[in-house]
Design a protein around this ligand. Sequence first.
Ligand code: ASP
Ligand code: MG
Length: 412
Amino acid sequence: MPVLVMKFGGTSVANLDRIRRAAKRVGVEVAKGYDVIVIVSAMSGKTNELVGWVNETSPLYDAREYDAVVSSGENVTAGLMALTLQEMDIPARSWQGWQVPVQTTSAHASARIQDIPPANIEAKFAEGMRVAVVAGFQGVSPEGRITTLGRGGSDTTAVAFAAAFGAERCDIYTDVDGVYTTDPRISSKARKLDKIAFEEMLELASLGAKVLQTRSVELAMRYKVKLRVLSSFEEQSDAAGTLVCDEEEVMENRPVSGIAYSRDEAKMTLLSVADRPGIAAAIFGPLSEAGINVDMIIQNIAEDGRTDMTFSCPVEQVKRAEQAMQEAKDKGDINYHNLVADTDVAKVSAVGIGMRSQSGVAATMFKTLSDEGINIKVIATSEIKISVLIDRKYMELAVQALHDAFELEKPA
Ligand code: ASP
Ligand code: MG
């Protein structure tokens, strides 16, 4: 029988009533003839509570015990979902990660899935079981310890199962009804997309559109898993939600598909560093060792052998970045006059695979911001993305203006 993966996020299993609603949806797919693998998150708020308990008990906790505690939320939902399905006379059972087994690396709290041997679950399907309910977000390390995949990790569990079982589709049920052209809370003109390409979704996911864990999109792209994001709170048809798929399948022929933003950015400038071979390595090596997520980088034109180097990073990493630079300076590895941090900036990005073949996107973007009197502080581009850093107080205005300029409210 064809296999379908259905993932239910925390709000979709927040209480027994919602679990029943989700189970009904599973029942609809079973009735269509699918063997279903259901991936569940912890009930909403549960994981935060568990993380809080760990921190309170042991601030410098043993990550293996963190995983033992934090993975437990999903176990509860998996068992309850299996019971609910049984009450509906649907043959179902629950599986914790180690029982499948979901084999992962030993990187506790951010483990990666290495393999999911399908044999155990397939044997049960062959015996007549119709639904395997699997606790998301968790696995087992080569040492036999319980691991977790990082916050939001059950999306990745779902995609990995879809790949391992050759599922026809992986449906992600959540509290929004799909992926939008921008955040509907910022622009009332935001429009739900019917389809979006993996690459675009990857940019949007890493730019802070928190619909899917970034890693899950990477996996779906690699294994060509058809991924659909849809709401568990609305009646659904087969065409509902947003399909994340190969770019050949996306019909919209426009340069920009979405406007993303990231509110809490900082712009750091090292004033007057020596313009010599190895200077970038001497700066960004220590930043990387300090775990700073450097995003945009600009090196200015040198004058008299000195230059300014600017980079952006999340605002909460500014203190750590300053410390890393001071240490490198104290060691004599770099020399600069001053390090200036601008912590009142936001990043706004236009994303679209159409940019590859259509020119003028950058010009339109810059003109639009200029018409609004918004000053651009840093620009960075990739093949399918143009990002600018601007004053944070203009972020909403910039998102709205760009959404209008690229006419994203109109279906292509
Ligand atoms: N419950 C976990 C979290 O909140 C995993 C997930 O829901 O995806 O991060
Ligand atoms: Mg999530």
